[in-house]
Design a binder for this molecule. Structure first.
Ligand SMILES: Nc1ncnc2c1ncn2[C@@H]1O[C@H](COP(=O)(O)OP(=O)(O)O)[C@@H](O)[C@H]1O
Ligand SMILES: [Mg+2]
Length: 419
């Protein structure tokens, strides 16, 4: 049997690029338009991809970065570490900038005065912040001449200077620099302010530096608090669930491409999948992957005739794997999304789960939750702020709470009773 489970085309893993990035054509195209403009010396707005957990932010970020590298951008990717002690922006950025600089040094056309200025600034930046290698590049001694860029030791001053020097050097080389930053909401307020200032600077100068970051919904407010100009600086791209057409693409195209005989799926099965997963990409990949395995087993061992007959993935294949898909979802997605919640926080999550189940909505009122927990609104508000920082929940609008992971309420209730 050729269609064994190793050929499973679905990708139920965080950050995994799906076989078909469905429903994100517009978002992809507009980020790439900005990239193209920047390389032509025009303005191109940096992008913030915003969405709940599992909505496909990282997958889209990776796809944009890959395309940008084909446009001639040197790509630096940074994943904000979950561990707070490792979350130092200067330390995260310096080695990436050095790698980008080295790449350009090795390529042609990097012998400009602008390049020397940039390399000098980078060496002094590394030395001042005690990050990266701090030593000279092969053909370049940082202390030869006095240079314009002054490194002060204050990141909010120095990072814009470093980005500017880099931008001019890349411009002189006819290339662009692309920074892909995943989970921006994990940065602390000072680092975030410094980063926004740096992105703002290169934007004003129309230098070929493209910045694309992802964040949970609270990132909107965080960037606004950090810099009043954030709202004008970024193009905010909100990622929502996939509609039926996108679900169809996400399922049908990988099946056709990965199977010998163009396996397809019934319309009834697609509708079931879209309805029950509500179009959430993680859930979709998880369930499609489980259904694929079941379908492989069902059709295994048959002769050519049997294979042809059993060629279609049906709603029954999905129904048969519903429980398994939900269990894996609890284990691989929700357990991680709810990781780090204290007992008191878990109590709040459970109240939210009950409230949202009652109303059939994905949000609930903060006042109701406060009443049920016997807390004052002030106490609840402080707890919500702490839990937002942890990425567990957020305020969708003032006074209204939502889970950071879609449909988390159902998982929380099931964990109490067993799926
Ligand atoms: N546009 C899409 N179409 C189909 N599947 C997708 C899409 N975007 C993401 N996925 C899948 O959804 C899951 C979650 O994606 P991920 O990028 O990790 O989400 P996030 O970063 O928002 O938490 C992964 O399994 C990924 O392969
Ligand atoms: Mg992600």
């Amino acid at each position: 049997m050729l269609m064994d489970t190793r050929r499973n085309p679905f990708t139920p893993r965080r950050g995994a690029e799906p076989p078909v990035l469905a429903g994100r054509d517009e978002a992809l195209a507009s980020a790439l338009t900005a990239c193209g403009r920047l390389l032509q010396g025009r303005s191109g707005r940096p992008v913030l991809l915003i969405g709940d957990r599992g909505m496909g932010k990282t997958a889209l970020l990776r796809a944009i970065a890959r395309e940008a590298s084909m446009y001639g951008f040197v790509v630096s990717s940074i994943d904000c570490p979950k561990d707070e002690s490792e979350r130092d922006l200067a330390a995260l950025l310096a080695p990436k900038i050095r790698a980008a600089a080295t790449w350009l040094l090795l390529s042609d056309g990097f012998g400009s005065a602008e390049a020397d200025e940039f390399l000098s600034a980078l060496c002094r930046f590394e030395a001042t912040y005690g990050v990266g290698e701090g030593d000279s590049f092969d053909r370049f001694e940082p202390d030869e001449d006095p240079f314009d860029v002054v490194i002060t030791g204050s990141l909010e001053v120095d990072l814009p200077e470093l980005f500017e020097a880099l931008g001019y050097a890349f411009h002189a080389a006819g290339r662009g620099w692309f920074i892909a930053l995943d989970d921006l909401q994990l940065l602390n307020a000072e680092d975030l302010a410094a980063l926004l200032a740096a992105v703002h600077r290169v934007g004003q100068l129309e230098l070929p530096v493209m910045f694309v970051a992802t964040g949970l919904p609270q990132i909107l407010r965080m960037t606004g608090d950090a810099k009043s100009y954030a709202e004008r600086l970024f193009r905010f791209c909100k990622l929502g669930p996939l509609d039926l057409e996108a679900v169809r693409r996400a399922i049908v195209e990988p099946l056709e491409a990965f199977t010998v005989s163009g396996t397809t799926v019934t319309e009834e099965a697609l509708e079931l999948l879209a309805r029950e997963t509500r179009g959430y990409p993680f859930f979709l990949q998880m369930w499609a992957s489980a259904a694929w395995k079941a379908w492989c087993e069902r059709t295994a061992g048959g002769g050519p005739e049997a294979v042809r007959e059993a060629n279609t993935l049906t709603a029954a294949d999905f129904e048969a794997t519903r429980a398994e898909a939900l269990r894996t979802l609890d284990r691989d997605f929700y357990a991680e999304a709810l990781d780090g919640a204290t007992a008191a926080e878990m109590a709040l999550l459970e109240v939210m789960a009950e409230k949202t189940a009652e109303s059939g909505s994905e949000t609930c009122s903060a006042a109701d939750v406060a009443t049920l927990l016997g807390k004052t609104e002030g106490e609840l508000s402080r707890q919500v702020t702490r839990m937002t920082k942890k990425g567990l929940i957020y305020r969708r609008v003032p006074g209204v709470l939502a889970f950071s992971a879609p449909l988390a309420g159902a998982s929380i209730l099931w964990q109490k009773t067993g799926r």
